[in-house]
Design a protein around this ligand. Structure first.
Ligand SMILES: [Zn+2]
Length: 173
């Protein structure tokens, strides 16, 4: 059985130990994500590998995978949004140090406060969460309705064009 992930982590120690953390955190534990969701059911699967890279930077590589309950911004119906995030964090002690990180890394600034694993995962999800999530076009009722409406509009426009065409013909005569 997988062990319960720790609530707080020490990224420096984990990096030095080349630790791998794997598990699930509940979506309901993520207060900042909640306003974007219509339900906080479900969990986020994570796998995080802590290490020290060639340049001596302590780093975290891994991935997150979840399905979030959001509202489609086109049809306003609830939908499942599959979300995956690649994690590449460089562990630094200050903003200054963050500025010197290679661009491949997002900075994770670690101070005296312990790092909440949930918050770290939540931060990464917030980065990849679309501002206006929508169903794929073919699966969105509103998109399908719009296609039908557009087709009807086109037909209606052709009808409207016709009288003018007739007028034009009359003028020529
Ligand atoms: Zn939709």
């Amino acid at each position: 059985m997988p062990s319960q992930p720790p609530e707080y982590i020490d990224p420096l120690r984990l990096a030095d130990a080349r630790a791998v953390l794997q598990g699930q955190v509940a979506v309901s534990s993520m207060a900042r994500l909640a306003p974007s969701l219509c339900s906080t059911q479900g969990a986020v699967d994570f796998e995080l590998a802590f290490s020290v890279d060639m340049e001596g930077i302590r780093c975290i590589h891994g991935s997150l995978r979840t399905q979030l309950d959001v509202v489609c911004q086109r049809c306003l119906q609830p939908m499942k949004l599959p979300l995956e995030a690649k994690v590449a964090l460089g562990v630094v002690a200050s903003m200054q140090e963050a500025g010197r990180l290679p661009s491949a890394y997002e900075p994770l600034i670690v101070g005296a406060e312990p790092v909440s694993l949930n918050e770290m995962i939540e931060d990464e999800l917030l980065l990849v969460l679309p501002v206006a999530p929508m169903h794929p076009e073919q699966q969105c009722p509103a998109w399908q309705e719009r296609v039908v409406e557009e087709e009807q509009d086109e037909l209606a426009q052709e009808d409207r064009k016709n009288p003018f065409a007739v007028l034009a013909q009359l003028k020529k005569m």
